[in-house]
Design a protein around this ligand. Structure first.
Ligand code: SAH
Length: 222
């Protein structure tokens, strides 16, 4: 890795460490686990942003990736990953593949990631990118995330990276008892809350608001 890139990466990691520390009163987390920080250090974010934005790849902010979509802010990627408390045996569903960056981070921490996006061009580009970079435990397809991906359910963890006006029933159904779902809930450009959902062993569901966030909408198309 070039010196400039190494510096940029270090700055990004310092930024997300600082941010988890000062948002602790809201999130209940003072620091990221070692595994999540390692995954954030390992995945080359510069490979997931458009060429002309590479100089900004390590800024702690979202960036446009085309089709009106964005690659999420590194801190939010790390936070949502942390909230899932993944283990190496986990089977994970991601809704909103986008650039594939979050998919790559998840893939470092679990057995398999199933990721879907409604924009076929983004799915095609992410599939090539993830394959080229050697992420082998990921499966990607085009589809509407409101329906989930029932063929590989139940999932130990589900992450939604676009904001929904409500928590889709299908995603709760496809979550294993004992599993966690992280999803931004709210309208576009309005107050959205990142919600962490626990599905208990008896099937009951508990919701906890974690942080105010700003995501592109989870679009409702048949
Ligand atoms: N995780 C991505 C963030 C992508 S932004 C990354 O790291 O780059 C949110 C993504 O959700 C967009 O790519 C958008 O196309 C997708 N999306 C929006 N509505 C959707 C839906 N109903 N089903 C699946 N994906 C959807």
């Amino acid at each position: 890795m070039g010196l400039k890139r190494e510096d940029g990466k270090r700055r990004m990691l310092d930024d997300i460490r600082a941010e988890i520390n000062y948002t602790q009163p809201l999130t209940g987390k003072a620091s990221f686990s070692k595994d999540v920080m390692e995954a954030m250090a390992d995945v080359p974010r510069e490979q997931f942003v458009p060429d002309d934005l590479r100089h900004s790849a390590f800024n702690d902010g979202p960036l446009p990736i085309g089709y009106g979509q964005t690659i999420s802010q590194p801190f939010i990627v790390a936070l949502m990953t942390e909230l899932l408390l993944l283990t190496p045996e986990d089977n994970v569903l991601e809704i909103g593949t986008g650039s594939g960056y979050q998919t790559a981070v998840l893939s470092r921490l679990c057995q398999s990631v199933y990721s879907m996006d409604i924009v076929s061009e983004l799915v095609d580009a992410a599939a090539i990118r993830l394959q080229t970079l050697g992420y082998e435990n990921v499966n990607i397809r085009v589809g509407n995330g409101y329906h989930g991906w029932p063929e590989h359910a139940p999932y130990d963890a589900i992450m939604v990276t676009a904001a929904a006006p409500y928590i889709p029933d299908h995603l709760i159904e496809q979550l294993k008892p004992g599993g966690k779902l992280v999803i931004p809930v709210g309208q576009q450009f309005m107050a959205q809350q990142l919600i962490c959902i626990d599905k208990h062993l008896d099937g009951s569901v508990h919701e906890r608001p974690v942080l105010r966030v700003s995501f592109v909408p989870l679009v409702r198309r048949p």
